[in-house]
Design a protein around this ligand. Structure first.
Ligand code: PRX
Length: 640
């Protein structure tokens, strides 16, 4: 890639360099004419999506591409019959791809397994038959709480195959977070493992499930994968070992793929919002298949011979869309790794790239910053020349990390796809293509079919370079259809602000520069991105308040060099209790236990009063300004 061809523009960085693609990238890319196809995708949006959808298999074609008669509850490919597994597995095993590697899995321990499409199909069928034997029905929600092992991918596909809806809870979450999600989904069946491995140690999962199940009356069956062999407590008639079930005749290798309506639910995935309990965002079989397949194919220019590696955990949307479904629908060979990037040494990832000849690496800014800290000598020990494309997701990437990633990992030849999207969008929305000129720190321009704008609270476009709310102006096939059990909240959260215009409010603030490039600034609500993980202040606050000494709590995110943001808590103790180092540690431990270590607070401050409005709402803005040493701004609504 030729650097500094031109001085670009970025708000606040007028010296920003534009990185243009090299001739070989342009030559190899599936798509060379962005402008032409983009204009077509806007002027004939439905035609564009119909054409992409036709590249997939359907049991029966659709009658209408889009039904927008009940906005904002859009329906895509109405009347179409499909199942995501039809495209992710079934169609491949009918071709030579049955013997192609679908999955290369490696663990931190060095253990590895591979699955061809044929083998993956066999395991999915067996698992699906086990679920059926447990009485799992079409439309029922099965909760999956597993480490990053192939069984998680297999369990997701098995649910989809029989028409059950999966709800994956990230294995890093703990008791309360898990119980809340199981209860909200009213799951009858939970799939877990005894534990997992990370940084040379084992961590517990089954014991957390056991604790969560005390508070989850709907659960009747728990299937456990034996992963670590650590002792766990199993309850008769409720708990089953997966390997024992897999050895029974019920686990047959034949299983029909359920015929689903395009709009039938595929999964729910809980994510944090402004207030209250997490939202279960619902995605469907038809539109989500088309969207993940199309976005991945164009943005990563996925080719038959690629070895694609997305480092995300399937417990987050990135794992769902670009580790499980997108790559499999495209018939790709992918790598999955369980473990920390720097254990036992900071070369672990670079070793994997060299060992498997990875061609595309998709990861997060936090991981890049973390690995950058150890210096260039670690990647330099390995041959990374197989790489041809890089990706970044989850939070804004700072230009310094971008340049390091580009120079040291990508050898200055691999373009970086900085993809902006959300659990709600199902797939990439603002993203470069391999042929795009790149500006470090900008996710560049909208993907096909999207019109994106930065507007003020009334919906007027803000001037170029000014900050405003990011909105998406038209529906797309991968959009979440609703919030599980709470359609009103879906309407209220995403569509209320710009109801008149019919726009989707992303909840991010952003700027657009004069080249039409978007620069994401961050969330405008009470969501904190900690190491790229999306956490809600409300959930952390309620974990704090569940401690016997805490009367009230307020949580904010403050910028952190490595994690992007870190969690700061302000705590008001109950009458007669006093704060101190010991209690601070205790509270941090308490939040970790309830929520998971990813939500462990960085800092806890004991307060004698919390800033509130006269109506009793905590003013986090004031706390944030105070923590950052900034002017607290207008405090006229503050209570005395
Ligand atoms: O603030 C944006 C940030 O992550 C949020 C969505 O989080 P989640 O639903 O967990 O999905 C993360 C993976 C897609 C967004 O509202 N975000 C995501 N990607 C980027 C980003 N911020 C800046 N640049 C990105 N590339």
């Amino acid at each position: 890639m030729d650097e500094h061809k031109k001085k670009g523009s970025s708000p606040g960085d007028s010296q920003c360099l534009v990185y243009k693609p090299t001739a070989s990238v342009i030559e190899g890319a599936t798509l060379k004419e962005y402008e032409v196809l983009y204009q077509r995708s806007i002027s004939d949006r439905l035609g564009f999506w119909a054409e992409e959808a036709q590249k997939l298999e359907w049991f029966k074609g659709w009658d209408r591409v889009l039904d927008d008669s009940n906005k904002p509850f859009f329906k895509w490919f109405v009347g179409g019959k499909t199942n995501i597994v039809l495209n992710a597995i079934d169609r491949h095993v009918l071709t030579w791809r049955r013997n192609k590697l679908a999955l290369i899995w490696e663990a931190e321990t060095g253990e590895s397994r591979t699955y061809s499409y044929h083998a993956l199909n066999r395991e999915v069928c067996k698992f699906a038959n086990i679920l059926k034997s447990m009485g799992v029905k079409k439309g029922e929600v099965v909760t999956l709480y597993l480490p990053q092992i192939p069984e998680l991918t297999i369990a997701m596909l098995a649910c989809a195959k029989i028409g059950a809806v999966h709800s994956v809870v990230f294995g890093g979450f703990s008791v309360e977070a898990l119980a809340t999600r199981i209860r909200d989904a009213s799951s009858r069946v939970v799939v877990t493992a005894d534990g997992g491995f990370r940084r040379g140690k084992t961590f517990e999962l089954k014991s957390i499930v056991n604790e969560a199940l005390k508070d989850s009356p709907t659960v009747e069956v728990c299937i456990t994968v034996k992963r670590t062999g650590q002792p766990v407590s199993m309850e008769a008639d409720r708990d089953f070992w997966l390997h024992e079930l897999m050895a029974l005749p019920i686990a047959s290798m034949k299983c029909e793929t359920e015929v689903m309506d395009a709009e039938d639910p595929l999964f729910i995935l809980y994510t944090s919002g402004t207030t209250g309990k997490p939202k279960g965002l619902l995605h469907t079989h038809g539109g989500y298949s088309v969207y993940t397949a199309t976005t991945l194919k164009y943005v990563f220019d996925l080719k038959e011979e690629d070895r694609y590696w997305c480092t995300a955990d399937p417990g987050w949307i990135t794992g769902h869309s670009y580790l499980v479904y997108g790559p499999l629908i495209n018939g790709a060979t992918q790598v999955m790794y369980e473990g920390a990037p720097n254990h036992p040494y900071p070369n672990r990832w670079w070793q994997i790239i060299e060992k498997y000849g990875v061609t595309i690496l998709y990861t997060s800014p936090t991981a890049i910053r973390g690995l950058m800290r150890f210096g260039e000598q670690w990647p330099k020990r390995h041959d990374l020349s197989s790489l041809r494309l890089l990706g970044s997701v989850g939070e804004p990437i700072n230009p310094e990390a971008w340049r390091w990633y580009h120079r040291v990992i990508g050898g200055e030849r691999c373009p970086i796809m900085d993809t902006w999207w959300q659990t709600e969008t199902g797939g990439f929305v603002i993203t470069p293509l391999p042929i795009s000129p790149l500006k470090p720190g900008s996710a560049t321009r909208p993907f096909f079919g999207h019109e994106v704008a930065v507007v003020d609270d009334q919906g007027a476009q803000v001037p170029v370079g000014s900050e405003g709310n990011l909105v998406l102006k038209a529906p797309w096939p991968g959009m979440a259809r609703t919030i599980w059990g709470d359609p009103e909240r879906y309407k209220e959260t995403y569509w209320k602000t710009y109801e008149k215009q019919g726009w989707y409010k992303a909840g991010d603030s952003a700027r657009m520069d004069e080249d039409g490039y978007f620069w994401i600034i961050g969330r405008t609500d009470d969501v904190i991105k900690v190491s790229g993980h999306r956490l809600g202040t409300a959930e952390i606050e309620s974990a704090l308040v569940s401690h016997a000494d805490v009367a009230e709590a307020a949580v904010i995110g403050v910028p952190h060099e490595l994690k992007g943001h870190a969690i700061h808590c302000f705590v008001l103790l109950k009458h007669g209790r006093t704060g101190g180092k010991e209690l601070e540690e205790q509270l941090k431990e308490h939040v970790s236990h309830q929520m998971g270590s990813l939500a462990r607070p960085e800092k806890i401050e004991f307060m004698s009063v919390l800033p509130k409005t006269r109506s009793g709402k905590i003013m986090r803005r004031v706390l944030r300004a105070r923590a950052l040493g900034q002017d607290v701004g207008d405090t006229s609504t503050l209570e005395e």
